[in-house]
Design a protein around this ligand. Structure first.
Ligand code: SF4
Ligand code: SF4
Length: 227
C-alpha cells in the first residue's frame, strides 16, 4: 500500500493561510489503513488547525469530508460535492490523490496535508516498512522475494557490498543488509544457483526514466464491449 505521514501542523497551517473556507478531505484508501489520512485523521486535523494559535487573524472555516478513493477521477467527480464557498481543499491523500482532485477541481487550490513516503507493507501491527519502489521490472523471482532496490541502501543489483557486517548494513542502526537476507533465504530454499546466473543489463526506462508511466486495462474494456 501507499504509506504517507502527516506534515508538521505549523507547515499545514501556513500552507492554508489566506483561505477562508477549507474542505479537509480524507481518503478511504491506503492512508486510512495506515492511519494517516482517513476520516478520523481529517477530523483530528480540522480540529487542530482550526485553533486560533495557528492563525494571526480570524481562523478559516474548516469542514470535513472523506471519499472512498481520491486517486480515481470518476469517484472524485461523481461523489465529491464541495460546500458552498470552498476556496481550498486540504487533501489527506497520497500525492496521486492530491493530483487527481486538483485536476477535477482546477483551478481551485488543492493543498497536500501529507507527504507520501513509500510503497510498503505492515510487518507488525502499526508498523509499515518500505517494500517496493515500483521499478516496473520486478526481479523478486531471483532474489527470494526480497527487493534489493527498495531494501538495500545502495539499491545494488548484486551484493552484499563491503559494508555488510554480520547481517547488518553499514548505514547503521538496526538496518539489516538486504543482500545478506537474500543470500540467507536463497540458501534456505536451496536456490543459491540463482545468484550465479548472468543478469541482463537493466533497462531503467521502465522505472520512470522515460516520463510518467501508464497502465491500461485493455482486457476489461474488450469484455465490456462484447456485452
Ligand atoms: S524489484 Fe521493482 S517491482 Fe519488484 S519489489 Fe523491487 S522495486 Fe518493486
Ligand atoms: S550493506 Fe547490504 S544493504 Fe547495505 S548497502 Fe551494502 S549490500 Fe546494501
Amino acid at each position: 500500500m501507499i504509506v504517507g505521514h502527516l506534515k508538521d501542523l505549523s507547515a499545514i497551517a501556513a500552507s492554508v493561510r489566506g483561505h477562508k473556507k477549507i474542505l479537509a478531505l480524507g481518503c478511504g484508501g491506503c492512508v486510512t489503513v495506515c492511519r494517516s489520512g482517513g476520516a478520523a485523521e481529517a477530523e483530528d486535523l480540522t480540529r487542530e488547525i482550526s485553533h486560533p494559535r495557528h492563525h494571526a487573524g480570524i481562523p478559516p472555516v474548516l469542514t470535513t469530508a472523506t471519499i472512498e478513493r481520491q486517486c480515481e477521477r470518476d469517484i472524485v467527480r461523481d461523489f465529491l460535492k464541495l460546500p458552498e464557498g470552498t476556496d481550498a481543499i486540504l487533501s489527506l491523500a497520497c500525492g496521486a490523490g492530491v493530483q487527481i482532485v486538483a485536476d477535477v477541481f482546477d483551478p481551485l487550490p488543492v493543498i497536500p496535508a501529507l507527504s507520501t513516503t513509500f510503497l510498503g507493507g505492515a510487518d507488525e501491527p502499526g508498523v509499515w516498512r518500505e517494500k517496493c519502489r515500483g521499478c516496473g521490472d520486478c526481479l523478486l523471482t531471483r532474489t527470494g522475494g526480497i527487493c534489493p532496490i527498495a531494501l538495500c541502501a545502495k539499491s545494488l543489483l548484486h551484493g552484499p557490498c563491503g559494508g555488510s557486517r554480520g547481517g547488518h548494513c553499514e548505514v547503521g542502526g538496526d538496518t539489516e543488509c538486504a543482500w545478506a537476507k537474500i543470500y540467507a533465504r536463497l540458501e534456505r530454499q536451496g536456490r543459491l544457483d540463482l545468484l550465479e546466473q548472468p543478469v541482463a543489463v537493466r533497462d531503467w526506462r521502465c522505472a520512470g526514466g522515460a516520463g510518467p508511466r501508464e497502465h491500461r486495462r485493455t482486457g476489461v474494456e474488450l469484455r465490456f464491449g462484447k456485452t
